[in-house]
Design a protein around this ligand. Structure first.
Ligand code: CA
Length: 226
């Protein structure tokens, strides 16, 4: 899951970047409206956290423009005051939810999980494919009811595969959804993480649940075999 944070308050932006990254979200941060408009056009986000008061304009402008462009990405708006007017204006501009500053981080993550569970983003609370199960809320993964501990990145990678189990995912696609824009490490990082994921998921006597599609990328092994 990839999140864009639009926040010009640098300390708050840093807290969000660190927390969300630790929670396993690929997180990009921008501080200006103009950079945010560019980011949503270039990248495919699952959620945008949008401050209203930005140095070069009102966050509502971005939200309204996304909706006008047919972009249904979930938007969580941050407002400085708890005025009814602010709330209504944000929701009118197409925001899905709003949070008044100051807020507690756990409340923010609860709102994020709720937004990512919406029908537009998720089919059911628990994702399953063959013997493989994932509960995004509790971040628990199991195979044939045996719990498998995964790192945050491995979890995100598997979540992308499980949300579209019949799709072959290109490496660039996986990179885009699981790593953020500043990632400039190894070019084979996706392959390395897929290999680790396979090692953990391939319990004794079980098949490899991930299939390599030569020259393209990865997908889940069709369900009858998994
Ligand atoms: Ca601000």
């Amino acid at each position: 899951m990839r999140i864009l944070v639009v926040e010009d308050d640098a300390p708050l932006a840093e807290v969000l970047r660190r927390g969300l990254t630790e929670d396993g979200y690929a997180t990009d941060v921008v501080g200006k409206l103009v950079d945010a408009i560019n980011a949503v056009q270039v990248n495919d986000y699952d959620l945008v956290i949008l401050d209203r008061g930005l140095p070069d304009g009102d966050g509502r402008t971005l939200c309204a423009q996304m909706r006008a462009d047919g972009d249904g990405t979930a938007v969580l708006m941050l407002t400085a005051r708890d005025g009814l007017g602010e709330k209504v204006e944000g929701l009118d501009a197409g925001a899905d939810d709003y949070l008044t500053k100051p807020f507690d981080y756990p409340e923010l993550t609860a709102r994020i999980r709720a937004l990512l569970r919406r029908p537009a983003n998720a089919q059911s609370p628990v994702l399953a494919h063959g013997s493989l199960e994932m509960d995004p809320a509790s971040r628990r993964v199991s195979r044939s009811s045996i719990t498998i501990p995964l790192t945050a990145r491995e979890f995100s990678l598997l979540e992308v595969l499980l949300r579209a189990p019949d799709t072959t995912h290109a490496r660039t696609d996986l990179l885009e959804h699981v790593w953020d824009a500043n990632y400039d490490g190894l070019s084979n990082v996706v392959d390395v993480h897929i290999a680790n994921l396979r090692r953990k998921l391939e319990l004794p006597g079980m098949d490899d649940p991930i299939e390599t599609v030569r020259g393209v990328g990865y997908r889940l092994t069709p369900e009858s075999d998994a």
